[in-house]
Structures are given as C-alpha cells and as structure tokens.
Write a protein that binds this ligand. Structure first.
Ligand SMILES: Cc1cc2nc3c(=O)[nH]c(=O)nc-3n(C[C@H](O)[C@H](O)[C@H](O)COP(=O)(O)OP(=O)(O)OC[C@H]3O[C@@H](n4cnc5c(N)ncnc54)[C@H](O)[C@@H]3O)c2cc1C
Length: 437
C-alpha cells in the first residue's frame, strides 16, 4: 500500500511538493482557502499568496530566498530550471528578448555595485488563475486529493515521529506531513513548532524607503530587466543595501504593518504614471542579546507612524541631505510629482535610525553613477518600507524537522521569499521524503 502524505497549504511550495510526490504516495493537500477562481482579493486559497499577484518569476536561486543555503549551487540552478519548466508547461509565457546587460554590468561594477542580470518571466494576473488551475488538474489526474476551506490546527506526533494532523477536533492520519502555510501562516507555524520543541531563529529584515524618480531616467535599465536588482555595500557602515520591487511607470501605495503605516509600490497594466518607483532597503540582522528583528522593525514603523501623524512620510532627497523637513511647498518644487499624496511631508531622519538614513543616502549616491539622476535633490523618498521575515524553522537536510516525517517548507518556514524559491523548497522536501518511500 502507498504511504500517505499530507501537505498543508496549496501555495507554490505545497503544490510543487505534491507534483513531485503524486506518483509515489497517496497525497492529500489541505488548504484553508478556496479554489483560485472563487477567490476574491485574499492571499489564501489554491495558488497561495502568489495567486493574487501579477506573477513575476525571478529565475535565480538567490532571488526570493537563497537556495544555495540548503543545496549545492549546481543543484540550486537545476531546481530553478525544473520549477520554471513546470510553470511554462502550465502556461507561463516564453521569455522576452532583452538588450545585452553588458554595459550596465560594467557601469555597476565600476561603481562598486553588483547588478544581477536575472532572467524573469512575467505571468500576468490575467493568466495566473488558468495556470494554477492547470497545475491543480494535473495533480488531480495524478490522484492527489484536495480538502479546501479546512484549517489545520496542529500536527499529531508520537515517539516514532509524525502521525498526521488535527482539523476541527478531527484527526487525519498520515505517514508524513509537509507544512507549507506561507508567510501569513508563519505565526501559526512558529507556535506549532514551539509547542513540539522544534527550534526556530529570527531572520534578517529589510528596512528603508520607497524611492520615486521620473520614469525616463530608468528607461534603459528596465529594458534590460523589468525589475532590476542592484546590491551594494555602502562605505561608512559596510551595510548591505539593495533595490527591490521596481515598479516602472508605477504608483506608490500605502501599506500597513499591524497598527503602523508603511509604503509599497506597484505597476498597473492599463494605467501608467510618469514615474518609476523602487524599494531601497538596508538589511538588518541583530545578534545577541537582542535578536528579535520583527520587534525592532515594528518599533521603527511605529515611530514613523507617530512622526507622520498616522501617514507615511514623504521627503525630497535634497531636504534630507540638508537636514530640513519637506513641506508641500517644497515638494511642489520637485521635478517629480508624487503618485501617493496621502502622506505627510516631513523629515525621514526623525523616524529611521541614523545608520539606515546614512546607508540610504550613500547607497543612492553610488547608484547615481549607474543610473544618473537617481540621487538628484528632486528624488522623492517615502518611509517606512519594511520587509519582515518569517522565523526560520531549524531543520535537518531536506527540510525534515527533528520529528521524523515532518517537513516545513516555503515562506512560512523562513526558507524562501518568492514563488520560485518557495516552489523549489517544496521539491527539495518532496525529493528527500520520496527517497524514504
Ligand atoms: C500581493 C503579493 C504579490 C506577490 N508577487 C510576487 C511575484 O510577483 N513574484 C514572486 O516570486 N513572489 C511574489 N509574491 C510572494 C509569493 O506569493 C510567495 O513567495 C509565495 O506564494 C510563497 O509560497 P508558499 O507556498 O510558501 O506560501 P503561500 O503562497 O502563502 O501559500 C500558503 C498557503 O497555505 C495556506 N494555509 C496557511 N495556514 C494554513 C493552515 N493552518 N491550514 C490550511 N492551510 C493553510 C494558505 O491559505 C495559503 O494558501 C507576492 C506576494 C504577495 C502577497
């Protein structure tokens, strides 16, 4: 008889684990949300958090996580290729032709900046539901069962290892369990892990600003990569600073972190602005005696919310440099018209720690050698933008926890932060588990 595997969560990590195991085991996927075409704007359901995105696939093992932390470099690239092939088989578009990145690479290297010319595939929000449905159909054809709108509350454990899961006071038995509850499910996962004595650790977070510039200064760069990734070490503090989530012709939007405000950005298909925005973020890793990066991030967000009177802060880079606050009057003198006006013109150095402010100014000055104009006095900065990270579950090889047969993968386990890497971690666990069948 085939062994029974329960997978919790039908995001990329859970679905790809199921694809790998469907011929080898009796697989049941339990998901608290609905089917993708019955979902409104929620981040739960078949397809997971990626199901409501516009599906930008970064075909690189060190973007959206770092697979080389868990497998060899060669294996990491091989996993990305496999995940990509599956996405293409189910409808992801072929890659577009881009101009050569050589000149940009040279310019970046000469300024002490790493530019990652990664291949990207853009599925598009209109195509994503069909793609997810196609994967689900293949799984069902392969015998995988889905139990939707069902919340897993706990895992069942004995001295021998995992024995199944608990749903609404009902026990479902299995030989193996893969937990893939995603970023939103990470507090639940952490509490289950703590309850069963499995160690966890805090991961670095990213804190910074959303930068907004006239789109024309970014045009040749986005022709090479729609979401170009620049990474650098800034001179004074030697901190790691990077660009993230570039939104060409896009809009800055409000975000929230619990009761604190923040910002984010996006591009729309049918509506374009004259600006391009991107997150400019400083990596924060804390060591003993304070390791709780999440608490630190929230306290920054709360301070920014206080000084912004409940709104995100907006400041011209020139005002930040000169140590004075921005006012609407000064903002109007900028060449860049803000796409988000529900903000308080103010002084970002009153909200973000000195070290982060220095890192941002120095990093933008460096980037200005690669993208002239990006560090002009007119450049607009919105704060805060914070990327929190799930706590990492400490596992053995193949993401198996110290409890035999229990695996944790994807964003919720703190081992990925994007669709490609999440899917790849699902494959790693499924391969490890598959080898024991
Ligand atoms: C708005 C948005 C846009 C994004 N855009 C992109 C993008 O363009 N490119 C990219 O690479 N990444 C993007 N991401 C990130 C990407 O979606 C995630 O990295 C990826 O989906 C993580 O996969 P996962 O399988 O680990 O978790 P998820 O996709 O979050 O899936 C986890 C699933 O588990 C279910 N679940 C949780 N707890 C339980 C429980 N107790 N019982 C049962 N089910 C449970 C949830 O309902 C959910 O469906 C975006 C994320 C968001 C929120």
């Amino acid at each position: 008889m085939m062994k029974k595997v329960i997978i919790v969560g039908a995001g990329p990590a859970g679905l790809f684990a199921a694809l790998e195991l469907m011929d080898k085991a009796d697989v049941l996927v339990i998901e608290k949300g609905k089917n993708i075409d019955e979902r409104s704007n929620e981040i739960q359901g078949v397809g997971g958090a990626g199901g409501i995105s516009d599906g930008k696939l970064n075909l690189h093992p060190k973007i959206g996580g770092d697979l080389t932390e868990f497998v060899s470099e060669g294996k990491a690239y091989e996993l990305i290729d496999r995940v990509d092939e599956i996405f293409v088989k189910h409808g992801a578009p072929e890659e577009e032709e881009h101009p050569s990145a050589e000149e940009l690479l040279r310019r970046a290297a000469a300024s002490g900046i790493e530019f990652l010319p990664i291949k990207q595939r853009h599925i598009g929000s209109d195509k994503l539901p069909a793609l997810i449905n196609s994967i689900k159909r293949e799984l069902e054809k392969g015998g995988v069962k889905f139990l939707l709108q069902t919340i897993v509350e706990d895992v069942l454990v004995s001295d021998e290892g995992v024995e199944g899961v608990l749903i609404e006071k009902e026990k479902i038995r299995s030989d193996y369990v893969i937990l893939a509850p995603g970023r939103a499910g990470s507090p639940w996962l952490s509490s289950v892990m703590k309850k069963h004595g499995i160690p966890l650790k805090h991961m670095p977070i990213d804190v910074g600003v959303r930068v907004e510039v006239p789109s024309m200064i970014y045009e040749d760069v986005i022709e090479i990569n729609w979401d170009p990734k620049f990474r650098m070490r800034v001179p004074t503090h030697d901190d790691f600073v990077r660009t993230f989530c570039t939104s060409p012709y896009g809009f800055v939007v409000r975000d929230s972190y619990g009761d604190a405000v923040g910002v984010n950005g996006h591009s729309m298909r049918h509506k374009r602005s004259n600006n391009t925005n991107f997150a400019f973020l400083v990596r924060i890793d804390l060591t003993e005696p304070v390791e709780d990066t999440t608490a630190y991030g929230y306290s920054i967000a709360q301070l920014a919310t206080t000084i912004g009177g409940g709104n995100p802060l907006l400041q011209r880079l020139g005002d930040l440099r000169r140590g004075r606050r921005s006012t609407w009057d000064r903002i109007e003198r900028s060449y860049v018209a803000p796409t988000l006006r529900d903000v308080t013109p103010g002084d970002i150095s009153m909200a973000l720690p000195y070290r982060i402010v220095m890192d941002i100014i120095e990093g933008l000055n460096m980037l200005d050698h690669v993208i002239p104009g990006v560090a002009s006095d007119s450049t607009l900065l919105y704060a805060p933008e914070i990327k929190f990270s799930a706590m990492r579950i400490i596992t053995k090889d193949g993401f198996e926890t110290p409890i035999k047969g229990l695996y944790t993968v994807g964003d919720g386990a703190g081992v990925s932060r994007g669709m490609m890497c999440a899917a790849a971690t699902g494959l790693i666990a499924a391969e490890h588990l598959g080898a024991t069948l």
